[in-house]
Design a protein around this ligand. Structure first.
Ligand code: BGC
Length: 743
């Protein structure tokens, strides 16, 4: 039966590849055209197609040690792709240089980091993953692609599929949290959103699965740091989102900065060839991360750029981002027979094939032009952004103060309340900050200007003279305080690791002062990572995580606090009680000394002496303005054979007085397996809208693939035995069932 799950996997792979990438026949024709073109190309021109440069007209060192700038490199056929060109006019200009001034006129491919939106900025990725709304997420990627394509961009460096369990790592904001199952669903949806069904559609762009691989697990949460884990752990927990994105037909993959088993990813043959190409069946092209070829020197596995280039060529990495090691040393390496011309041909072929698939040879200007004038900021797309932002917000505490009644006078305070820039998070695409609606503006529109008093109070890390006094005065005259707190954009994303995940002290001083006057306080937490919010919880009546909510932050917030929209966001990353628990995630492995009960004080167990094992808020958690009750969990197929699915149903009822959405979650535990397995793992979820009083039966299918893992026999397979499952509101769900898989 092991073969069945494998078969299933291969079939899925085949179906997805054939449905999302152009049909086989066309591909045949494409490769014919590629081969014809390559016959005309010199070795240096082929290597040139493998070089990506920045659009900043930067200077690089050319093949014979000479300094050349971007434009000159394009003219000389030493550049196949540019990244970071911001304007459609510049895209056209560079493209014209390639077309008219290079020997063969091969069009350039323009890439950009469209991570959570292009012009319209959607919530940061960790935020939007909290919506658990796969359709909405796909839609945001589709809009981002459309806008980007209209600006001349044919390739985004997204989705980031890196699982991470460490909130010290700033790049958790770019991912979908800690869970491989949810991460895989989101990765797949984003690829579909960006690429659509046809790459030659001028409104779709290439996706790029990154950062391959395991970049989300740097030691101590420090960006670019060493990654070291067992292959088993990697396959079970980190690989699924990358694999799902590849199965969905992702056209490109980006290497990661980190090493893996002692070999930097960019030169790691096992990752790039054995796993990615041979095992996962990836047929697109691979790009390095920024400068990561040359960084193999700093890693200490290459003595110089030439050795580094050889390592990357040998790993079949097609395109070199930004450092010039490929064009500098490629020819020499081939002449010295250190790299074969066949390898260069192989790598170049895939890059050119992708340009053909995009239709760049038919019309090199099909992306860009002045299409952006009508494609960007479409009103219906702004509505999608508003919807995405409010669906992302997670209500963590509420003593009944929310939703607001509408008659209150509101004191809106804090460093993020009227700050356009701070709504965009890390990676802002091609944001124009003036298009962002602030929290202040959103609330003014909803509640009326006269009903809001705004005071900044302090900066994210700095006091403002008289700021606290002014805030206190405003609060005294108001009925409720909405206090924005948290971390700025600069603390999200790349090179933004932290050793404290608490709100900066200056903001806490403001909260303390406001709390002293006794008015109800709603904390609006602006963040791109889980935080230790113990202090805030003590002083606040409600706590709403808004993330960096994007262009439509203001209206989305107004929708939520007014109750026009009932919050339904659920955490996709655990919020720890304190940083010392990190890495902490719900799907920890079982141990030989599990805690007997959360209150147990018994010593020789896997626990801390002074701190509980439990986080402050578990994965999957989030409140609503209504309540949901679960009942009647039924395992419809309590005994199945290997290769058969298990069917489960559970009743969920909106037991409160408001309509609302619940994310029904299903968790699974393999009771006895050949290797240690997590205490529980998410294996199903459904976001359901329920009217007040409405009850719904939600059904789940647990497939053989869902039950499979990397076994002691080093294969992804199913094993017989009993399984426990739980259904409910979050990863602490208690409604329990059991089933048996017979041999
Ligand atoms: C990041 C990538 C990004 C690339 C291009 C790198 O520093 O790690 O995620 O796509 O830059 O901007």
């Amino acid at each position: 039966m092991k073969t069945i799950s494998k078969l299933l996997f291969v079939t899925m792979l085949y179906v997805s590849l054939t449905t999302t990438v152009v049909a086989h026949d066309t591909d045949k024709q494409i490769y014919k055209k590629v081969d014809d073109l390559m016959k005309k190309m010199t070795l240096q021109e082929k290597i040139g197609q493998l070089q990506q440069l920045t659009g900043r007209n930067s200077e690089i060192t050319g093949p014979s040690g000479e300094k050349i700038n971007t434009e000159e490199s394009i003219r000389r056929g030493l550049c196949g792709s540019l990244l970071g060109v911001k304007k459609a006019e510049d895209v056209a200009r560079y493209q014209n240089i390639a077309l008219n001034e290079s020997r063969l006129g091969i069009p350039l491919l323009f890439g950009y980091d469209i991570i959570h939106g292009c012009r319209i900025i959607f919530p940061e990725n960790l935020g939007i993953s909290s919506s658990w709304d796969i359709t909405a997420i796909e839609k945001t990627a589709q809009i981002a692609a459309r806008e980007a394509a209209s600006m001349g961009i044919a390739w985004t460096f997204s989705p980031m599929c890196d699982i991470s369990t460490d909130p010290r790592w700033g790049r958790v904001s770019e991912g979908s949290g800690e869970d491989p199952y949810l991460g895989a669903k989101i990765a797949e949806a984003m690829v579909h959103g960006y690429q659509g069904k046809d790459l030659s559609d001028p409104n779709t762009i290439l996706a790029c699965v990154k950062h391959f691989a395991a970049y989300g697990a740097p030691q101590a949460g420090r960006d670019y740091h060493t990654v070291d884990m067992s292959r088993r752990m990697f396959r079970d927990r980190y690989l699924p989102p990358y694999r799902a994105a590849i199965n969905a037909g992702a056209a490109t993959v980006m290497t990661s900065f980190n090493d893996f088993e002692g070999v930097p990813a960019t030169g790691n043959k096992w990752l790039m060839r054995d796993l990615l190409r041979d095992e996962l069946g990836f047929t697109g092209f691979i790009v390095t991360d920024w400068g990561s070829t040359d960084e193999m020197c700093a890693h200490g596995v290459a003595a110089n750029g030439k050795e580094a280039a050889k390592l990357a060529f040998d790993a079949y990495v097609n395109m070199n981002m930004v450092d010039a090691d490929y064009i500098k040393y490629g020819e020499e390496l081939v002449h010295e027979k250190q790299v074969s011309e066949k390898t260069i041909d192989l790598l170049c072929r895939e890059v050119l094939a992708m340009k053909f698939r995009l239709g760049l040879f038919d019309n090199p200007h099909r992306y860009g032009g002045d299409r952006y004038k009508s494609e960007t900021y479409r009103p219906e797309n702004l509505e999608v952004a508003r919807e995405a932002a409010r669906k992302s917000m997670v209500l963590l505490e509420n003593n009944g103060i929310l939703p607001l009644k509408g008659s209150e006078h509101i004191a809106l305070i804090g460093p993020y309340a009227a700050n356009r820039k701070e709504m965009s998070g890390a990676w802002r695409g091609l944001v124009e900050h003036h298009r962002t609606t602030t929290f202040l503006e959103g609330l003014q529109t909803r509640f009326g200007k006269d009903n809001i008093t705004y005071v900044e109070g302090c900066k994210p890390f700095k006091a403002i003279e008289g700021g606290i006094a002014e805030a206190v005065a405003a609060a005294k005259k108001s009925d409720v305080v909405l206090l924005t707190m948290g971390l700025p954009n600069s603390c999200s994303g790349e090179a933004a690791s932290l050793t404290s995940i608490e709100v900066p002290q200056v903001q806490r001083d403001l909260l303390t002062a406001l709390d002293s006057i006794g008015k109800p306080i709603v904390v609006l937490l602006v963040t791109g990572r889980p935080m230790d919010v113990g202090f805030e919880v003590k002083h606040a009546d409600a706590l709403l995580v808004t993330w960096h909510a994007g262009t439509m932050a203001g209206p989305a917030l107004a929708d939520v606090v007014s109750g026009d929209f009932n919050p339904a966001g659920r955490l996709t990353m655990t919020f720890p009680l304190e940083l010392g628990q990190v890495p902490i995630h719900y799907n920890m492995k079982r141990t030989g000394r599990p805690m007997l009960s959360p209150d147990s004080k018994a010593k020789y167990f896997s626990r801390y002496i002074f701190t509980p094992n439990e986080p402050r808020y578990p994965f999957g958690y989030g409140l609503s303005y209504t309540t949901f009750d679960y009942s009647d969990l039924k395992v419809l197929t309590p005994e199945v054979a290997m290769g058969e699915s298990v069917h489960v149903s559970v009743k969920v009822r909106n037991s409160g007085k408001r309509d609302g959405a619940e994310v029904v979650q299903l968790y699974l535990r393999d009771d006895i397996a050949s290797t240690t397995r997590p205490v529980r793992e998410l294996k199903g979820f459904e976001r359901v809208e329920l009217r007040a009083g409405e009850e719904r039966t939600v059904e789940f299918e647990i497939t053989p693939e869902d039950m499979s893992f990397w076994t002691i026999n080093e294969e992804f397979a199913q094993e017989p035995g009993t399984f426990h499952l739980w259904a409910g509101h979050d990863s602490n769900a208690t409604l329990e069932g059991v089933f048996t898989v017979k041999r």
